[in-house]
Design a protein around this ligand. Structure first.
Ligand code: NAD
Length: 255
C-alpha cells in the first residue's frame, strides 16, 4: 500500500513516537487522524501538522474505553473519508516486581491488581478494541486493502519488573499473528514492531548515568530515534507481502 493517499488512524498521537508517526505520515501525503487523552497535545500536533500535504485531525479518546473507541473509528472514518491503516501506538507502563521482600522489615510487597490491570487495559485491551472496530469498519465499507501496525516492545521477551507490560506487549505480538490469519480474507494485513530504547519524553528525563548503564547491553550503544521506528511502520504499510510478523528494532539488545 502506498503511504500517499492512505487514510491512517494513530492512537496516542500526542507525544513521542505516535506524534512522530502522525507528522511523518502526513508529510508523506497520508491523511491522518489520531487520538490522545491529552487535549493540549492534540491541539499542538494539529497546529504542527496544519501545513502538511495530508490532513492532520486529532480526537480525544481513551483506547481502553469501548464506547470511546467505537466513536473514534466512526469520527476518524468520517473526517478522512475512509480508513485504510491503524497504528496501535498508545501505551503506558506501571513497573513493579511481582513480589518483593523488604530487606529491613521483611514485609512482602506485591504488584497491585490495579497496576496490573491499568497496563493490560491500555496496552492490550486498547489494541483489541481498536483493531476489532477498525476491521469491522473495513469490512462494512468494503475497503479493499488495509493494514494494522501494532507497537509492541522488546519487553515482549520478559523484562524484570514488568509483569503487566511484558504480558501486554507479548499478547499484542500473538494477536498480530492471529489477526493476520483471521483478517487476510478481508484484505487486512498486520505487523508488529518491538522497539528497544527509543528517544521519547520518557528517556529524555533520565539521568545520564542511568542511561549509560541501560545502554551497556545494546550492541549499537545508543538509543533509537523515533524516525528509525517510523522506518519500520513505513515498511509494514508499504510491503504488500508482509503480514503477521514482529520486527524488533532494538539496536541488537535482544540478540
Ligand atoms: P509517550 O508516553 O511519549 O506517548 C504515548 C501517548 O499515548 C501519550 O500522548 C499519551 O497521552 C497517550 N495515551 C496513553 N494512554 C492512552 C489511552 N488510554 N488512550 C489514548 N491515548 C493514550 O510514549 P512513547 O514512548 O512514544 O511510546 C509509544 C508506544 O511505544 C507505547 O506503546 C510504548 O509502550 C511503546 N514503546 C516505547 C519505547 C520507548 O523507549 N519509548 C520502547 C518500546 C515500546
Amino acid at each position: 500500500m502506498q503511504i500517499a493517499g492512505s487514510k491512517v488512524l494513530v492512537t496516542g498521537g500526542g507525544s513521542g513516537m505516535g506524534r512522530h508517526f502522525v507528522l511523518s505520515l502526513a508529510k508523506a501525503g497520508a491523511d491522518v487522524a489520531f487520538c490522545d487523552l491529552n487535549t493540549d497535545a492534540i491541539a499542538e500536533v494539529e497546529a504542527e501538522g496544519a501545513d502538511l500535504p495530508g490532513i492532520v485531525k486529532g480526537f480525544e479518546a481513551n483506547v481502553a474505553n469501548e464506547e470511546n473507541v467505537g466513536q473514534l473509528i466512526n469520527d476518524a472514518h468520517a473526517a478522512l473519508g475512509g480508513l485504510t491503516v491503524l497504528v496501535n501506538n498508545a501505551g503506558i507502563f506501571r513497573d513493579g516486581l511481582l513480589v518483593k521482600k523488604d530487606r529491613e522489615t521483611g514485609a512482602i510487597k506485591k504488584m497491585s491488581l490495579r497496576k496490573w490491570q491499568s497496563v493490560i487495559d491500555v496496552d492490550l485491551t486498547g489494541p483489541f478494541l481498536c483493531t476489532r472496530d477498525f476491521a469491522a469498519k473495513v469490512i462494512e465499507t468494503d475497503t479493499k486493502a488495509a493494514v494494522v501496525v501494532n507497537i509492541s516492545s522488546i519487553a515482549r521477551y520478559g523484562n524484570v519488573g514488568q509483569s503487566n507490560y511484558s504480558a501486554a506487549k507479548a499478547g499484542l505480538v500473538a494477536d498480530t499473528a492471529l489477526w493476520a490469519k483471521e483478517l487476510a480474507r478481508y484484505g487486512v494485513r498486520t505487523g508488529a514492531i518491538a522497539p528497544g530504547f527509543v528517544d521519547t519524553p520518557i528517556l529524555q528525563g533520565m539521568r545520564e548515568e542511568v542511561l549509560t548503564a541501560m545502554l551497556k547491553p545494546v550492541p549499537l550503544r545508543r538509543v533509537g530515534s523515533t524516525d528509525e521506528i517510523y522506518m519500520a511502520v513505513k515498511f509494514i504499510i508499504e510491503c504488500d507481502y508482509f503480514t503477521g510478523r514482529c520486527i524488533d528494532v532494538d539496536g541488537g539488545l535482544t540478540l
